[in-house]
Design a protein around this ligand. Structure first.
Ligand code: SF4
Length: 325
């Protein structure tokens, strides 16, 4: 780890100003990913700007929906009574992530900003276009069991590691950011990027911007929801595949459906075609299977991760069946 300078800030404006003066600095809150990246030499910010003193911890429901400050701790969100009652898919996804210790330290903003856990990205002796643009991709011909089956490029096949973000994609959240040009909102599904020709960029944040919070619109998905996570062990493991499913039912007819997958792409992967197919249909295993077939169109394996092509549709059907219970 290289030496770095350290600042504490107490307002959003001060945070943005300090970063503007130190463009190679980084904001830090829980630090559950950033400190690892620094220790391993993957990133080397010259200044850490500690934003833990900012008033961005509130979790509040209004007529429009749920508002969550960027510094709300993951476990505070998942244990919040309003979240459990009115946004249960988010609580389930959060509880599937990491370990209790990490959930007690990690913030919502940090969860959005966490970087891929591709092992080649963390091994500075290996080529990685995300860490060092133009150096190649160690995973393409390497051990790519955890990697993407959707939306990858010949430059990068990494996946986004978050569980929370899969639920937020399904729930159509909006992210609020502040930067040198003021405040703006970003649709959740527009926040994380596909790798394309430049995998070094994970998201669409502009230079100098800070995430201040997010909003989830009021929605009818309070009962028939499920977050299914398939992983190598029961806790403290990233998803091989995860599925966030939410249904609004009238009797046994699907009035509204939301589906998103994790562990399959460089961003949380929303299954809009499957959602559209399900609306107006009977909630049955047969229709869930057809929706899963639609979801897998265009999926591609890279060798060690070919098993995800079979696991994906099974996981989608299972998540929808479990949402019915
Ligand atoms: Fe790097 Fe992406 Fe290739 Fe992993 S998959 S080695 S993150 S370029």
């Amino acid at each position: 780890m290289i030496n770095f300078e350290y600042s504490r800030v107490s307002s959003v404006k001060a945070a943005v100003d300090v970063l503007a003066k130190n463009p190679t600095g980084r904001f830090i809150a829980g630090g559950t990913n950033l400190v690892d990246l620094m220790k391993k030499g993957v990133t080397a910010p010259t200044r850490l700007i500690d934003i833990n003193g900012l008033p961005l911890k509130e979790i509040k429901e209004t007529a429009a929906g749920l508002s969550i400050g960027a510094l709300a701790i993951n476990s505070d969100v998942s244990e919040n009574e309003t979240v459990k009652k009115n946004y249960p898919l988010l609580a389930m996804a959060l509880n599937a992530g990491a370990s209790p210790q990490l959930r007690n330290a990690a913030t919502v903003g940090g969860n959005l900003m966490q970087r891929t856990r591709c092992t080649y990205f963390y091994d500075i002796a290996m080529p990685c276009n995300k860490r060092q643009p133009g150096s190649g991709c160690g995973a393409l011909q390497g051990y790519n069991r955890m990697h993407a089956i959707f939306g990858a490029s010949d430059k990068c096949i990494a996946v986004h590691p978050s569980d929370m973000c899969v639920a937020l994609a399904a729930l159509q959240a909006t992210i609020t950011v502040s930067g040198p040009k003021g405040e703006r909102k970003i649709l959740f599904t527009d926040f994380h990027r596909l790798p394309g020709t430049d995998p070094s960029k994970d998201n669409t944040l502009a230079k100098g911007e800070l995430i201040t919070g997010l909003n989830i619109p009021k929605n009818p998905f309070t009962k028939n929801v499920y977050y299914l996570k398939i992983r190598d062990r029961a806790s403290y493991a990233f998803a091989l595949i995860s599925v966030a499913s939410a249904l609004e039912l009238t009797g046994n007819t699907i009035k509204n459906a939301r589906l998103a997958m994790g562990g399959v792409a460089h961003k949380p992967w929303r299954l809009t075609e499957s959602e559209k197919f399900l609306v107006g249909k009977t909630a049955s295993r047969e229709n869930f299977t057809k929706a899963a077939e639609l979801a897998m169109k265009g999926a591609r394996g890279y060798g060690h991760n070919n098993f995800k092509l079979k696991m994906g549709p099974v996981a989608i059907v299972e998540a929808l069946m479990k949402a019915m219970v």
